[in-house]
Design a protein. Sequence first.
Length: 487
Amino acid sequence: MSEQQTAPERHERTFFGQPWSLSTIFGVELWERFSFYGMQGILLIYLYFSVADGGLGVPRDAATSIVGAYGGAVYLATVLGAWLADRVVGAERMLFASAVTVMLGHIALALLPGGLGVVVGLILIALGSGGVKATATSIVGTLYEPGDIRREAGFSLYYLGINLGAFVGPLLTGLLQSTVGFHFGFGLAAVGMAVGLTQYAIGRRRLPAAAAEIPNPLPRARRLPFALIAVAGIAIIVVLVASRLVTEENLSTVVAALIAAASVAYFITLLSSRRISTTERSRVVSFIPLFVASTAFWSLYQQQFTVLTIYSDDRLDRSLFGWEMPISWVQSINPVFIILLSGVFAALWTRLGTRQPTTPVKFALGTIVMGAAFLLFLPFVGTGPHGTPLLAIVGILFVFTVAELLLSPVGLSASTKLAPELFRTQMVALNFLSVGLGTAIAGTLAGFYDETNEAPYFGISGAIAIILGVALWLGSRAVLRLMRGVR
């Protein structure tokens, strides 16, 4: 391994020891996450709060289904964004266009009234955020040569940028929502995305040439058939909604089914391609058990935006010295721990080097710890309205964070390392489909949550995750063999 692969040249300008171009992606992702989590921090309560309190008065079950479906749609949109990046426009151009779409979605939520703003805004944000997610992660992967030991630490630093935005966003939008109204909170999210776009426009020229490449260009003769397929898909969705086969209550379940179907189709497409090598095909197979574990993890973790929001409204004591903390502020607790611990984990993986746990073991540990976090809700069952102390939720979310750092940045990195050369961005999208499937399932599961059944809800959910994690750990050596040299 050459010195260039193991460490930056002395004269090279770096960003905390990483390639300087990481700062550009770090910045745009920070502001995109600021707007995304800032909006999501107040979205559910905007839907189910009464009209008198500034909300839309949607029933809670329908509101959690909408939030779960929206979250799942964000990750489903990574498929479209990744495909366009790999086949039509390249990752860098797709990232810029997607960020513009996100900003327009937040503007719609801020300015358009009632349900119209929700429909237009969430569709635009889902499409734009999906494009940002797939392409930003893929571009980070292009910053490192094969064998560069900085890669894992670089993804952890990139993840830090995500969580800086996720921390500040709910704090500021929640403060505006609780003082001057929901639409001011949505407006602030639009301003944040505008700042990110400005920063990205300044730094995008310094990105490596690989970021702008179109790895597998779509022949012009095939563009019209694909466009017609897209139009037909939109028409089918319109018919299903108009006929009430798809409703607010079952929306998250429908999205989960679509993501599951898309995931299966994606794996079949990759595995059946004649343009990938035997080694690449084996690596794709190795990603299947990681995909399952990731789905289980996110189906619990993403309940921060459904069940935990309701729990914070009804069950959590949010009083601080006579002042009641906004509901959305609870969602800034996890990013604080990410900010504090991401550097610790990055340093740990770097220090351990080849002695660190393998990717399958990290996935297994993340899933097990996430299941254990749900079991920590059990001691507070039956404490009554606003009977759960804030410190307890802080402790539980600390465990959420440990689980997240064991799995999420590792998943991003693994998707770039296991990706076939011709399907770089689409493999990243496949990783995000596991997040999307888990998110949509989280919206469906939230419909079963009630204060009267907390013990079985948290107990069974946590136990299932722990069992899946243990199963992956036991099979980790077999998965590692399939990864063909990737750890």
